[in-house]
Design a protein around this ligand. Structure first.
Ligand SMILES: [Mg+2]
Length: 364
């Protein structure tokens, strides 16, 4: 055996948001992050997922037992073994998040051990990817909305996304405020987080399209479980508006269900939920085979590498919460310049390290 796994260290962190946040179907005041470090043959890999402490329980229990002593270089074999191990507990949800974090840590370790950037080790298609600023929460007042979205546009982003759906009557005003802040040339994306039913989605999309002077993207107008509903909206909405969904897919099977239903113009996937780098790359190939681009959901520091390893990528979501907290938890976070996230191709792994003070500040 080349690199037997010697240690799996798991840390659950809770980071308060900078102000109360809500979208079309949920409100929150903190972000859960579960970090895993996997050590083998003198090299440690780092991965994480955005999930509550239940994912830490899966990692430190079931998954650590599967990984202990296994060859860290056989990342695909470890990925399959982890998926099998959680079969009876239910793979979607927390278990998928835990597996994703471990898979990211294993690929990080694999590439660090070879002195190669993670995306390069996986066969990069590119070294940079466009991002869109994402926030615009339903809980924001007009001034905060204007400042955040206008700030991203001023920084060179050509696309920004805001939440809608908590109070549909207020949304036409909110998208007008956003449009004034970003100008005519920046694409405006909206995310309803499943707040509408299919017919209401068409009505609201038409209202918001008019109020905003053009909408570019309508994300989860209905629940992503309602694939027929998504396909209905996609089939009837104005042709300039792309329907997107996929942030909850936990593997190729979920992704295929959305693609086969004709539910999306752009498929989304989250490397911290969909099976890590292994899952994200497989979903990227599946989407490309369907002629559909993939967009990375949140976790910009990890999607910088993941998105470079997918043939047909639309962009990566530069989500306010994660963009804010990643530099608080890690060193080496890639910075956005001119609306683009660029990897450091000469830096081993994904290049991030857990800050020593992150655990004392946000752990426990
Ligand atoms: Mg979303």
């Amino acid at each position: 055996m080349r690199a037997p796994i010697e240690d799996v260290r798991v840390t659950a962190l809770t980071v308060p948001t900078d102000r109360p946040e809500s979208d079309g179907t949920l409100a929150w005041d903190h972000t859960g992050v579960v970090v895993v470090e996997i050590e083998a043959a003198g090299t440690t890999g780092l991965g994480w997922t955005y999930a509550g402490p239940g994912a830490a329980t899966v990692l430190s229990g079931t998954l650590a037992a599967v990984l202990d002593g296994r060859d860290a270089d056989d990342v695909g074999a470890a990925w399959m073994a982890m998926r099998r191990a959680v079969r009876n507990d239910g793979e979607p949800g927390l278990a998928a998040c835990a597996i994703s974090a471990a898979d990211v840590a294993l690929w990080d370790r694999f590439s660090r051990a070879r002195g190669t950037a993670l995306a390069v080790a996986l066969g990069a298609f590119r070294e940079a990817v466009p991002v869109y600023g994402s926030g615009g929460f339903c809980s924001y007042d007009d001034a905060t909305l204007r400042e955040q979205l206008g700030g991203w546009a001023a920084a060179g982003m050509t696309m920004v996304k805001m939440k809608v759906g908590a109070d549909p009557a207020a949304d036409p005003h909110r998208v007008r405020v956003a449009r004034e802040a970003i100008g005519a040339d920046v694409a405006l994306l909206v995310d309803a987080n499943g707040a509408y039913d299919p017919r209401a989605a068409l009505r609201h999309a038409a209202e918001l399209d008019r109020a905003a002077g053009g909408l570019h993207w309508l994300e989860e107008p209905v629940s992503s479980r309602d694939r027929a509903g998504l396909a209905f909206v996609r089939g009837h909405v104005a042709p300039g508006i792309a329907v997107a969904a996929g942030e909850y897919v936990t593997g190729t099977e979920d992704a295929l269900a959305l693609l086969a239903a004709g539910a999306v113009d752009v498929l989304q996937a989250d490397v911290t939920r969909c099976g890590g780098m292994t899952g994200f790359r497989a979903i990227g190939a599946l989407a490309a085979a369907h002629g559909i681009p993939l967009s990375g959901h949140c976790a910009p520091a990890l999607h910088a590498h993941a998105a470079c390893c997918v043939e047909r990528i639309a962009h990566v979501e530069y989500f306010h919460d994660h963009a804010r907290l990643e530099p608080m938890l890690f060193t080496g976070v890639p910075e956005v310049a001119g609306g683009t996230l660029r990897i450091a191709p000469d830096r081993p792994g994904h290049g991030l390290e857990l800050r020593p003070d992150a655990v004392s500040r946000f752990g426990g």
